[in-house]
Design a protein around this ligand. Structure first.
Ligand code: ADE
Ligand code: ZN
Length: 326
């Protein structure tokens, strides 16, 4: 009906999507064959049927296994380009994409192959579709701070082409406080920063991200609601939350979308955005996330407009570009 067409048509940004979490099962088989890798499923259908998760860790185990098919520059190019083509179809005008290089360099892929593939696809998709896109380097919180600092040094040669630095992986028991030096170094080198926090972790992890790491954006952030003073601080500092509702449902962060905190986050005045996280794994790209939330929470047209506007305002675009798009 009307609101569904409105959701599909409204220009939006996607700020929380992992390139290595966006390998469609057909692509997974194509890349495995190209690289001589034996998968433990017999068909793309069988692989898709394995997308049943209990929690974040059960997902991450499969996600890191899937990373093994991304080896050469062309592999990174193909996955990135296919996502941007799909995003363009969904009226995504701005896409900020995470990639976690540690998953690939540890298997012997040179960083230059990863960066050339991702940046080449972004350049070509910008030309082909008029979409605006960029990459955020995401390090792993279940690895050490020294590992993260080593990756930061390695990516410096692409500094001018990187939007910012993020962090994902197993949230518990790896609080933001583990990475104070790393995030300070990122900021000193001029990078914008964000971190996954408050997905499975408590409000205190979100507080640490804001107060100790001084990040510009929080990825997820759901659990902040249990700390009203923290909510006030997030509102005051206009820190955007990149919420991923269907991901939360599939990883049992929430028991149903009807119970999802999205509306409560909006009602609190937070700069909430809706994102897909790892769309093939969770069966929903960004528009499907918005559609399912609209149906479950009875979101109004005004609330959809707010979410779309928040996504543009919360992006790492320069302010004059934000003005043009809002
Ligand atoms: N990597 C990809 N998706 C993630 C998520 N939802 N949480 C933490 N790390 C991730
Ligand atoms: Zn994520």
């Amino acid at each position: 009906n009307n609101i569904q067409g409105f959701i599909r048509g409204i220009p939006k940004a996607e700020l929380h999507m992992h390139i290595e979490g966006c390998i469609e099962p057909d692509m997974m088989f194509k890349l495995a064959e190209r690289n001589g890798i034996q998968l433990r499923w017999d068909s793309p259908e069988e692989l898709r049927a394995a997308y049943e998760f209990n929690d974040l860790q059960s997902f991450l185990t499969l996600y890191f296994e899937g990373c093994k098919v991304l080896v050469r520059e062309q592999d990174f190019y193909d996955v990135t380009y296919d996502y941007l083509a799909k995003a363009h179809e969904e009226n995504v005008v701005r896409a900020e994409l995470f990639i976690g290089p540690q998953s690939f360099t540890e298997n012997g892929t040179p960083l230059v192959e990863l960066m050339d593939g991702v940046l080449g696809a972004i350049r070509d998709a910008e030309k082909a579709f008029g979409i605006s896109a960029g990459v955020i380097i995401s390090t792993h919180r279940h690895r050490s701070e020294a590992d993260a600092l080593e990756m930061l040094d390695a990516i410096m040669r692409w500094q001018d082409r990187i939007l910012g630095i993020g962090m994902g992986g197993a949230e518990i028991p790896n609080p933001p406080s583990k990475f104070v030096n790393y995030f300070r170094t990122c900021r000193e080198r001029g990078f914008r920063t964000c971190i996954h926090a408050g997905e499975e972790g408590p409000a205190d992890y979100v507080r640490q991200a804001v107060e100790l790491l001084k990040v510009d954006r929080i990825d997820h952030g759901n659990s902040c609601l249990s700390d009203p003073e923290l909510v006030a601080e997030l509102v005051e500092k206009q820190i955007a939350l990149t919420v991923c509702p269907v991901s939360n449902l599939k990883l049992n962060v929430v028991s149903s979308l009807e119970d999802h905190p999205l509306r409560r986050l909006l009602d609190a005045g937070l700069q909430v955005t809706v994102n897909s996280d790892d769309p093939p794994y969770f069966g929903a790209y960004v528009n499907e996330n918005l559609l399912q939330c609209q149906a479950a929470l009875n979101l109004s047209v005004d609330e959809i407009v707010t979410l779309a506007r928040n996504s543009i305002v919360g992006s790492f675009l320069p302010s004059q570009e934000v003005t043009k798009l809002t």
